[in-house]
Design a protein around this ligand. Structure first.
Ligand SMILES: *[C@@H]1O[C@H](CO)[C@@H](O)[C@H](O)[C@H]1NC(C)=O
Ligand SMILES: *[C@@H]1O[C@H](CO)[C@@H](O)[C@H](O)[C@H]1NC(C)=O
Ligand SMILES: *[C@@H]1O[C@H](CO)[C@@H](O)[C@H](O)[C@H]1NC(C)=O
Length: 982
């Protein structure tokens, strides 16, 4: 044996040993690895994306798996795969070679206990954007960690800051958007001198930013926004010269910028908005690489440095609500693909910089409440990217360049309170996206172009206090989305267009202070959503149409016209004292402010008045006759029993019946009426056998208008077409096939030619709304509220997932959750429900359904309704249950609702606890807070971020009062299908 070959053998032996050494301890064998991976998969509720994870495929070919050359799993890359369920973290750490676990942006939940001790080779861990609960476990075993991302993961409580101190390899650390317990700035982080990226936004840090932050000299991104930081920005920050991003917004920072901030010449994104910073911007004038500068809501003053006009990369510039003076640099925003400026609420003067849309990308020009002068620069007339143009309350003047009116993406034109002149050009008819047109308080004149009726996206028109003249365009009724129409204080003449009655979304009409003449169109009574009607100060004549009494008005003002006749009694109830003043010919019965209608006053010998009275009397008589005849014809009602029992009735039964339809019909008397629902009157019927039923009586078409009447609190606007009835029948059929203990039971439907009865089980405790907001006397303790939430959630889960054809409810709200004698909840009122077909809602007509305060935000701009919209509404119900507040309440602030309020107040656990209804006992408050956080998930703005109803049920199960067991989900999905098959 030559020494060469000996050493050769030695080498191969050594190689073998090394190989064994490496293979052995790390050799969870191939089959072991497969077991670990399949165990991980088995705990997931939704693993559709993992169908390659099976017994046949080689594990290294599993979706998302990366192996090394020894076929040992080193990486799991499964972020953003809609994975739901509990994470079996321990089985992942049993893969001894695992270096990277990437599971961010999924729907994982449950806790992670201390299973990290076997994860020592982990370099990359991403669990961000999930729904975990409990505390973050001790991280100190992860000594190789370079990348840790846990933002918006759901973890809470004490964060193990101490366990970070030796993880000096960390370069990327992201812990923000979690409700961790309050802490001063964690000093352990100052030892992580390799950090280039630190994200601690919104994780409850208080106190000062330490001076030693300057030690983290490799930082390129530092984000500490949305915390409780106080004091000045430390001088230490000026040492971080590699910084490209510095975000400190929404803290309580004060004082001026530290001297030397101008060293941060690499800064591209700088955001210190919403603090209490003061002083001028001279430290920023060298920061020539800035792309985004956000300084809004502070106390900054002085002028905007002229240097900003030469910043070649600037795209976003927001300085609103400060005390800036002087002029904006003329060339600001003219270099890069500038996106937006918001300079509102300052003391700026001079003209609007003309070139911010030079690169064709500008979306927002916002300069409200300043002292800008001059005109709207011509250049913006070709700025097709523009979405919002708001310059109200300045001293701008001149004509508006014609092109502005027809910009294809412009959603809002707000020029109010300036001195603009000239006309609205006819090309406004080509505006494709315009929803809000605000021109009030200017010097606009001329006619409103008829083409405005083509702008079908319009929701609000405010043209008041100008010098518009001519007729109101006759086709305005084509604006189906129009909700507010303010034309008051102009010189419009002619008649009120009859077509207005087709603007089915109208909420407010103000045509006061014009020169309108003719009669008030009776068809306005068809505007079921109308809240406020002001026609005062015109030259309107004739009688007040009786049809207006079917409106649910909160304001009516018909004063100072030439109206005559009797004011319909119901209108007197909503009127204020001046509502009908200044109309010589009006009278009323039993009104303090108007003359009595009859008997005719003889005091005045004036013939003219008597003739007047005669005409009025005749008219009133004729009107009453006509309405009486209509009433009789349409309703076939007699006062004792609202049902004509002579007709022929068709009974469809869905459950075994122990009663006859005759028994039902006999009980439908006025005295048994218990409410007016969304689409009909509801009666309570007690049968001979003592059984109680609820019967809803619906018309197939509403008398007079032929449209459905929406309930008082409901924003539902239902289509007029009678063909809808057939769809409704289809839905009743669908509802009749539902069988679930949390869905109200429909026994049968009884229909005749013109009306329809739906016979339901009777729910003696009324609705959840009644119990929470009306009947406050009955205290609902936590376990009752929890059971209601859980039951309602299961009912909705059943609709969404339990049946062959999933169904959307579309009007989930506390008044549609009824309570039986044991306070068990059942979903009711399926008048708006829709069956989902192939992922799309069967919906030919664009119907705005749902109820104000419960409607998901996506409703506002698309009609793309999915089950996620129901989930939003359910989240609102959970908020009601926990806080005891109504979804919409003035206490939340103007235009704000409970969702805004809760999301806004939930920064710390203490704050969350303070939101809980005071009548919930102290020891239940922690649980209530957990329910609130589920509600917050359900009401996320982006539908994709809301959990499914199935997830919601699982999450509610986890917070069941007095349960300490960790629920592991086995196969969800098979258990409750049987329910549907009865
Ligand atoms: C993975 O799949 C590819 C293509 O299907 C195949 O060629 C390869 O042999 C597979 N790898 C293993 C380790 O089975
Ligand atoms: C860590 O690995 C060891 C050996 O493979 C095993 O006995 C132990 O149970 C594991 N620990 C955890 C917490 O999984
Ligand atoms: C960090 O390392 C030091 C020195 O080895 C040790 O004393 C300390 O306990 C470690 N900290 C943690 C949290 O493990």
């Amino acid at each position: 044996m030559s020494s060469d070959s000996f050493s050769g053998h030695l080498r191969s032996a050594l190689f073998l040993c090394t190989l064994l050494f490496f293979l052995n301890p790390s050799s969870s064998s191939n089959s072991d690895q497969r077991q670990f991976l399949l165990k991980f998969k088995s705990t997931l509720a939704n693993s559709n994306s993992l169908n390659t994870w099976n017994e046949e495929t080689h594990i290294c070919n599993f979706t998302g798996i990366v192996c090394n050359s020894d076929k040992a799993v080193t990486e799991i890359n499964l972020s953003n795969q809609k994975l739901a369920g509990v994470l079996a973290f321990d089985s992942l750490c049993s893969l001894n070679s695992i270096q990277k676990i990437s599971l961010g942006s999924n729907l994982l939940h449950g806790t992670i206990s201390n299973h990290l001790s076997n994860c020592t080779s982990l370099e990359y861990l991403d669990l961000a954007e999930n729904f975990f609960s409990g505390e973050v476990p001790d991280l100190s075993p992860l000594t190789q960690l370079k990348y840790l991302s846990l933002n918006l993961s759901g973890f809470s409580g004490r964060f193990p800051w101490k366990s970070l101190e030796n993880l000096t390899g960390l370069r990327f650390l992201s812990l923000g958007d979690n409700p961790f317990d309050k802490t001063p700035f964690p000093l352990e982080i100052l030892k992580l001198y390799n950090l280039s990226n630190l994200y601690l936004t919104n994780c409850t840090i208080e106190g000062q930013i330490p001076e030693a932050i300057g030690n983290l000299s490799l930082l390129e991104s530092l984000q500490l926004s949305d915390n409780y930081l106080v004091g000045e920005i430390p001088v230490g920050v000026t040492k971080l010269t590699k910084l490209q991003m510095l975000e400190l917004y929404n803290n309580e920072l004060s004082g001026v910028f530290p001297t030397g901030l101008s060293n941060l010449v690499n800064l591209q994104q700088f955001d210190v908005s919403t603090n209490s910073l003061v002083g001028d911007l001279s430290e920023l004038k060298n920061l020539t690489r800035l792309e985004s500068l956000q300084l809004f809501e502070n106390g900054f003053s002085g002028t905007i440095p002229q240097e900003f006009g030469e910043f070649k990369f600037l795209k976003q510039f927001s300085i609103y609500t400060n005390k800036f003076t002087g002029e904006l640099p003329a060339r600001i925003g003219s270099w890069a693909e500038f996106e937006f400026i918001d300079a509102s609420e300052n003391y700026l003067t001079g003209s609007i910089p003309p070139d911010m849309c030079k690169m064709g990308k500008m979306e927002k020009l916002l300069m409200i409440d300043n002292n800008f002068t001059g005109g709207l620069p011509e250049n913006y007339a070709s700025c097709e990217s523009l979405v919002r143009l708001r310059v109200s309350n300045n001293s701008l003047s001149g004509q508006v360049p014609d092109g502005i009116w027809s910009l294809p993406n412009l959603g809002m034109i707000d020029l109010e309170m300036n001195q603009f002149e000239g006309q609205v050009a006819a090309n406004v008819g080509q505006a494709k996206s315009l929803t809000q047109l605000f021109l009030a308080n200017n010097g606009f004149s001329g006619e409103l172009p008829v083409e405005i009726s083509n702008v079908s996206s319009l929701v609000e028109i405010e043209l008041n206090s100008n010098r518009f003249s001519g007729q109101i365009p006759a086709n305005l009724g084509e604006l189906q989305k129009l909700s507010n129409l303010y034309l008051q204080d102009n010189m419009f003449s002619g008649v009120i267009p009859e077509s207005l009655s087709s603007c089915v979304s109208l909420n407010e009409i103000n045509l006061g202070g014009n020169l309108l003449s003719g009669q008030i169109p009776a068809s306005l009574g068809a505007l079921v959503g109308l809240n406020s009607l002001n026609l005062s100060g015109n030259k309107l004549s004739g009688v007040i149409p009786a049809s207006l009494t079917s409106l649910k008005l909160t304001l009516i003002d018909l004063s100072n016209n030439m109206l005559i006749g009797r004011v319909p009694q119901p209108l007197l109830l909503v009127a204020y004292n001046g509502s009908f003043a200044g109309n010589q010919g009006l009278c009323a019965d039993r009104s303090k402010v108007l003359p009595e209608c009859s008997p005719v006053s003889h005091k005045s010998g004036n013939v003219k008045v008597s003739v007047y009275c005669f005409i009025v009397g005749a008219l009133v008589f004729l009107l009453s006759l006509v309405s009486y005849l209509l009433f009789v014809k349409m309703s076939k009602i007699d006062r004792k029993s609202p049902i004509d029992r002579g007709g022929s009735w068709n009974v469809k039964q869905f459950h075994v019946l122990k009663f006859s339809e005759d028994e039902i019909l006999r009980s439908l008397k006025q005295e048994n009426m218990i409410g007016k629902g969304g689409s009909g009157d509801v009666y309570k019927v007690v049968l001979g056998c003592g059984e109680q039923l609820a019967v809803k009586h619906m018309w197939k078409s509403e008398p007079e208008s032929g449209s459905w009447r929406s309930s008082r609190s409901s924003a539902a606007i239902l289509p007029k077409e009678k063909t809808q009835w057939r769809e409704y029948e289809a839905e009743v059929a669908a509802l009749s096939s539902l069988r679930h203990m949390n869905v109200v039971k429909l026994y049968c439907s009884i229909s005749s030619e013109d009306s329809n009865l739906l016979v339901y089980e009777y729910m003696p405790n009324g609705s959840l709304w009644d119990q929470l907001h009306i009947n406050k006397k009955i205290k609902m303790d936590w376990s009752v509220r929890y059971e209601i939430a859980m039951g309602a959630a299961k009912g909705l889960e059943y609709l969404h997932h339990g049946c062959e054809r999933p169904m959307l409810h579309r009007d989930v709200k506390s008044s549609n959750i009824l309570l039986d004698d044991e306070m068990k909840p059942k979903l009711a009122d399926f008048g708006l429900a829709k069956i989902v077909q192939t992922g799309k809602v069967m919906d030919s007509t664009h119907i705005i359904a749902g109820t104000h305060g419960y409607i998901a935000p996506e409703y506002g701009y698309t009609y793309n309704v999915t089950e996620k919209s129901d989930i939003y509404s359910f989240g609102v119900v959970l908020m009601e249950l926990v806080t005891g507040k109504k979804p919409v309440d003035p206490e939340f602030g103007e235009y704000k609702d409970i969702v805004f309020w809760v999301h806004n107040e939930m920064r710390t656990k203490e704050e969350l606890i303070s939101l809980v209804d005071t009548s919930i006992s102290k020891d239940a408050k922690e649980e209530a807070v957990k329910m609130l956080s589920i509600a917050v998930h359900c009401t996320m703005k982006l539908p994709a971020l809301r959990p499914s109803m199935r997830m919601v049920v699982k999450m509610l199960e986890e917070i069941e009062p007095n349960s300490f067991t960790d629920i592991v989900i086995e196969k969800v999905g098979e258990t409750d299908v049987s329910l549907c098959k009865n």
